[in-house]
Design a protein. Structure first.
Length: 727
């Protein structure tokens, strides 16, 4: 490592690795992992696993924090307490939340604790308990929680020091240490003992690679020991490349239980494989048995498996990919999903998603390819003289709209088909080009790259073609969603004030958050209107719904209120005139609104409400009050409605909070109780208004999940300043 930054990061990693290994050992678990929350708080990424490779523990190395809460890691983050998967035997009433293992993507016996400090959530600590072991008890829960707390403080300390730990593209894997060192003489004696037995033997690490093999096992497999060492049996022995064999190994390692399977040799005879797992790997006995009496594998997939079968981890990743693509709502999510599942399942090194826009190539996402190569072809015309192997070839297929997948096993195959790519090297040695077709039209292209030559089997080609169809549907839907989202965000930005006016003697802070589900646009609005050097009007309202129709009506209401306010109308009259206007427009949506005329010099305010949630008022040195204003009807219902006006005291230091019901509405609590709780939080809050606004949002919506739009406007009266020019 060449820099101090690298050394400090390595020190933090070493410390966390040690703490993880100690936690696994103290709990009697046989695996564990640390999952970190990225700085944007949108994705959980697996950083390191011990005892088991991450692909044996979780289905994806990147998990969206808004994913299905049935995922125990996401559930632990949302609940901010430990989560256990399993039967729950032995669990007390406060031993954390229990999940049904049949509904969990993790093995039975998985325990997850969030990594929390008072200021932030840093990720989660995951341990894998023995499948048939006892359920969680108080001591296990305490050890897990303590370990998670210590790891969280290390992460926070590193972040404060400017060395926040960022996971790599793939989780690191650390094997558990062996119990005792073995002297060279003992190792030689053990090897001689195994070699003298009539059966063969080999040793596999947790990832399935052969670390030891005796001559008898090599003879039985028909492959030299040199070719076997360092490789997985089902990769080094062609006739063992059957999905069920790798699946048996995964079961043995993940569940720490012995298992067996048989395999037919192409040169005669049937072999029995007996797998005995422990904390550092798997010992395998191999012997030739009479086919008549050989135990048969109970897995029916073995009979129909072929040499081109997709590996079990590939099937797992592809199944997760197909399910996740059905829920992907943006192009960014699709790029992450393909990177996490497709590349891992195919053991590819690169991929890119290309689309055609106005006769030009646009790269919407990529991983693994050289960024300079991406820049070379991004936004160039489809007919441009830019020939990048695989990528340009695929881009041209967009223009031709052929929709036929192409597979190039090596550079020679590509050069033969497309001589124009001969002089440019993109760092890849094999390519799969998957046109993304929807209803007979091309919506994009997925390019999968391999650093070395790669022969695509028939099953791989079939699988890739099927996955391409799923990606096409998801990409088409996501691009439409992104376009609608961009339109919605632009509309919302136009309808809400870009900045609040500076008014002497009045501090202010505002927040607007759209609902978590649906378009990022809604009917909630706020406004602060400067009426004079010492007077202002605060307005907040809520149009039913959170879509484009609600936003359109919201714009009309805000414009009307603003016009009547600057014309000098009293609060009740502003609402009455706006009500008559909306009644004439005959809207289909209901609208609530609260209008407050603030006289800074006179230290008073006049408030009128049209069915809006009550504001909060915190006088200096006193608790907050929920203002009980006489309500008028919602706007647009009764053209003859009146809106009473209430006067309140606004002496210097008084804080007024107006908000929409998205801040206090929850499905499991009483509306009035939520308002009272919000008032209590406001009573205790101190510091700048921006911090108080964030505290109110965090209290009302700790998980960030919002079923309705939310608007919040805070106003604090100060001693009247001298007159100044307001910009």
């Amino acid at each position: 490592m060449g820099t101090g930054e690298d050394l400090r990061t390595a020190t933090v990693q070493d410390l966390l690795d040690h703490m993880l290994a100690r936690t696994v050992d103290s709990l009697g678990a046989h695996a564990g992992a640390i999952v970190l929350l990225d700085p944007g708080a949108e994705v959980l990424a697996a950083d390191v696993s011990v005892g088991l490779p991450w692909e044996f523990v979780g289905s994806s190395c990147r998990i969206g924090v808004t994913d299905d809460p049935g995922d125990p890691v996401v559930e632990a983050i949302h609940l901010r307490q430990p989560v256990w998967t399993g039967s729950g035997e032995g669990a007390g009433p406060d031993c954390g939340h229990l999940l049904d293992a049949d509904l969990s993507p993790y093995p039975r016996g998985t325990a997850v604790a969030p990594l929390l400090t008072p200021s932030a959530v840093w990720g989660a600590l995951l341990v894998l308990m023995p499948k048939n072991g006892p359920g969680p008890d108080e001591d296990a829960r305490r050890r897990l929680t303590t370990a998670a707390r210590c790891i969280a403080w290390v992460l926070q300390g590193a972040a404060v020091a400017g060395h926040r730990l960022v996971p790599g593209p793939e989780p690191r894997f650390l094997p558990l240490p062996t119990a005792e060192p073995v002297a060279p003489g003992e190792a030689r004696a053990a090897a001689d003992l195994v070699a003298a037995l009539p059966e063969g033997g080999c040793r596999l690490d947790p990832r399935g690679r052969i670390t030891f093999v005796d001559p008898t096992a090599a003879d039985l497999l028909g492959v030299s020991a040199t070719e076997l060492l360092g490789n997985r049996p089902w990769e080094a022995v062609p006739w063992l490349d059957i999905a069920v064999h790798e699946h048996r190994h995964r079961i043995a390692v993940a569940e720490r239980l012995p298992t067996t399977f048989t395999a037919q040799r192409p040169f005669g005879g049937r072999l029995l494989f007996q797998l005995y797992p422990d904390r550092t790997g798997v010992s395998v006995r191999i012997r030739l048995v009479d086919e008549l009496f050989a135990p048969r594998s109970p897995d029916p997939a073995e009979a129909g498996a072929s040499a081109g079968a997709v590996r079990p981890d590939a099937l797992s990743h592809l199944m997760c990919l197909s399910g996740a693509l059905a829920e992907a709502a943006s192009v960014r999510q699709i790029v992450d999903l393909v990177a996490d599942h497709l590349m891992l399942s195919l053991r590819a090194q690169a991929f890119a998603l290309l689309v055609s826009e106005a006769g030009r190539v646009r790269i919407v996402g990529h991983r693994g390819f050289n960024p300079n190569v991406m820049d070379l072809i991004d936004h160039v015309p489809l007919v441009a003289n830019v020939s990048v192997p695989g990528l340009t070839t695929g881009a041209q297929s967009l223009e031709l709209n052929q929709g036929v997948p192409a597979f190039f096993s090596d550079r020679e195959e590509l050069r033969t088909a497309h001589p124009e790519t001969a002089d440019i090297d993109d760092g890849m040695g094999a390519w799969a080009l998957l046109p993304l077709m929807v209803s007979g039209r091309a919506v994009g292209l997925c390019v999968v790259g391999y650093e070395r030559p790669h022969v695509f089997s028939l099953q791989e080609r079939t699988t890739l073609t099927s996955i391409g169809a799923l990606i096409a549907q998801a990409l088409d839907r996501a691009r439409q969603y992104d376009a609608a989202q961009e339109l919605a965000e632009g509309l919302q930005a136009r309808l809400l004030p870009r900045t609040l006016p500076r008014i002497p003697g009045l501090q202010m802070a505002a927040r607007y958050l759209p609902a978590s589900h649906g378009m990022d646009v809604g009917g909630d609005f706020y406004d602060l209107i400067r009426l004079s050097q010492t007077e202002a009007a605060a307005v907040i309202g809520d149009v039913q719904g959170h879509d484009v129709s609600a936003a359109g009506l919201m714009g009309q209401v805000r414009t009307a209120v603003h016009a009547y306010a600057v014309a000098g109308a009293a609060p009740g009259e502003v609402l009455a005139r706006t009500n008559r206007l909306l009644t004439d427009l005959d809207p289909d949506l209901l609208t609530s609104c609260l209008y407050a005329h603030i006289d800074i010099a006179g230290h008073c305010g006049l408030l009128a409400t049209a069915g809006h949630v009550p504001p909060l008022l915190r006088p200096p040195g006193r608790p907050s009050d929920v203002l009980d204003l006489p309500p008028g009807p919602l706007l647009g219902v009764d053209p003859a409605a009146d809106y009473p006006t209430t006067q309140v005291d606004l002496c210097p230091g008084t804080l007024l909070a107006v908000y929409t019901d998205g801040l206090v509405e929850t499905h499991d609590r009483d509306h009035d109780a939520n308002i009272a709780e919000l008032a209590a939080v406001l009573s205790d809050a101190c510091g700048p208004l921006d911090g108080i606004a964030d505290a109110l949002l965090a209290q009302a919506q700790p998980s960030g999940d919002r079923t309705d739009d939310t608007a919040l406007l805070l106003l604090k009266v100060e001693a009247q300043a001298t007159a100044e020019t307001v910009t």
